[in-house]
Design a protein around this ligand. Structure first.
Ligand SMILES: Cc1ncc(COP(=O)(O)O)c(C=O)c1O
Length: 493
């Protein structure tokens, strides 16, 4: 197992230095932006009275987990982890929240497999009943619930039935016999005391391909619809089980947990504010075509949420990459420009320009070599690699340092169709090649030895190449580049 990095040693090494005084490549987080992004999500969930679950896979840090769940003393602390190591490392923080009286729960968001149960059982023992949730999407995994309960000394895990809402990555498709068999098996497992069905879960990864403002809200509605269909089937089966054996009864609301950052962040739409107008329908309106305008989407979502509340179903929203954001999120346009713009991207990769090659690009553009390749930036495209004019880079240099005063373009409302500036055009293990995209007359010169910060395409993958984040705070006027903290990541498995 990976040995935790010492935060104290890292702080002693970096805090007080500026971004110009540290070795590169390095991952830099802007605390001011992270806080804004976290608070927007917490406030929106609270406004809409939606249950909230924070995924910590992007950053894998204690510090950012704290910001994701906020310091409201009474709200539940519901987390999602992508690796068991994240769950193991977050145990002390969950214990701290539990000791302060907050309800705690951590979901391991990968379907159960044999080698996962001993480590999950150890976590379950440390956190106690109803604190660990697991994911199931195949009847053959149900036997592992039994194993987990036994290994946990009798503590039965909570379970999310994973539903495939269109990403085709994991999950069962609503309305299929596979889905029905899984429901039957899970209810039998619950009746035997080996698990407790918390609800149904989806991750709309395909929402990353949206390109119009608020378009992802249509996918959020579709996620809720898909989960509602499965939850209703669960409720019907629960009723049948109750008729056959009245001791089998459950009145607990089932949780419908939906989200990916594009879909989840659409709940920030101002028209969804319940104080703006009450839903006029008790039945959901038909799901509008995702390309229809946001007004139709918000009306539909409001009525859908209202319907769920009448059906003993608890809507929950989850998301992961929203605190840092990245170029993929700008490309998805899940929110309109005032709510989502390059000024909110909190993660950048600090790099040095090692060489400059005038006229070397395919159209005679200048190119430059930076010491941030695929290991420092990740090699994640924005979804579409088609369409000659689309952004096809691996990162974009942000306006900072010597470039701050210059007019380097930033991704705007037309991104990824319209783009430009110093883009990472080519990438290999530790080499990144910047290329100027835009008119030759507009080219902003760069020089050997210049330090730059690069916005990554996908923050989750970028983070994986770094052991820690250097934290700056752009609210510190005149000291925006001073390192105020270091957050070690829980890398590994
Ligand atoms: C299972 C699961 N749920 C939720 C999320 C959060 O998605 P996002 O990072 O888009 O917010 C992820 C991210 O990949 C995921 O794998």
């Amino acid at each position: 197992m990976a040995v935790p990095l010492s935060k104290d040693l890292l702080r002693a090494e970096f805090v007080g230095k500026t971004l110009h005084e540290v070795i590169t490549p390095a991952a830099v987080l802007d605390l001011a932006k992270v806080e804004v992004n976290c608070n927007l999500m917490l406030e929106a969930a609270q406004r809409l009275q939606l249950s909230w679950r924070a995924h910590i896979k992007t950053h894998k840090t204690e510090e950012l987990t704290r910001l994701q769940v906020g310091d409201a003393s009474s709200s539940p602390v519901n987390l999602i982890v992508s690796t068991i190591l994240e769950a193991e490392r977050v145990v002390p923080l969950l214990q701290e929240y539990r000791d302060k009286g907050r309800q705690i729960n951590v979901l391991y968001s990968f379907p159960l497999y044999p080698s996962s149960t001993p480590r999950l059982a150890a976590i379950s023992k440390q956190l106690g009943p109803r604190a660990v949730t697991v994911m199931v999407d195949h009847v053959d995994q149900v036997a592992y619930l039994d194993t987990l309960t036994t290994e946990s000394g009798g503590i039965a895990p909570l379970v999310f039935l994973k539903v495939n809402v269109g990403s085709d990555r994991a999950g069962v498709v609503p309305g299929t016999s596979t889905c029905t068999s899984l429901i039957t098996a899970l209810l039998a497992s619950e009746a035997a005391g080996a698990s407790e069905l918390l609800g149904v879960y989806s991750h709309a990864g395909h929402s990353y391909a949206t390109r119009e403002d608020w378009e992802a809200m249509g996918i959020l509605g579709a996620e809720f619809e898909g989960l509602k269909e499965v939850a209703e089937e669960v409720q019907r089966e629960q009723k049948k089980a109750h008729v056959q054996n009245p001791s089998h009864t459950t009145h607990r609301p089932l949780v419908l947990s939906v989200g990916a950052t594009p879909t989840a962040t659409t709940i920030q739409h101002p028209d969804l504010d319940p104080s703006s107008s009450a839903p006029s329908h008790s039945e959901p309106t038909p799901n509008p075509n995702p390309n229809t305008n946001a007004a139709a989407q918000t009306t539909h979502l409001k009525s859908l949420l209202h319907t769920l509340s009448t059906q003993n179903l608890t809507p929950e929203v989850h998301a992961g990459v929203y605190p840092t954001l990245d170029l993929q999120q700008l490309a998805a346009h899940a929110r309109s420009a005032p709510y989502l713009h390059s000024g909110l991207i909190a993660l950048s990769v600090l790099a040095d320009i090692a060489s400059v090659y005038p006229l070397r690009g395919p159209s005679g553009e200048t190119e430059a070599l930076v010491n941030a390749g695929s290991l420092a930036l990740g090699r994640e495209p924005c979804q579409e690699m088609v369409g000659g004019e689309q952004y096809r880079g691996w990162g974009i240099v942000m306006p900072w340092g010597e470039l701050a005063a210059e007019k380097v373009p930033v991704p705007g409302e037309g991104f990824p169709r319209e783009h430009g500036g110093w883009e990472v055009a080519k990438i290999s293990q530790e080499h990144g090649v910047l290329r100027w995209v835009g008119g030759a007359d507009d080219e902003v010169p760069v020089r050997v030895g210049q330090r730059v910060r690069i916005w990554p395409n996908h923050s989750c993958i970028t983070g994986a190449g770094h052991g820690w984040y250097l934290v700056v705070d752009s609210r510190n006027t005149g000291r925006e580049d001073e390192i105020v903290d270091v957050w070690p990541r829980w890398n590994g498995w």
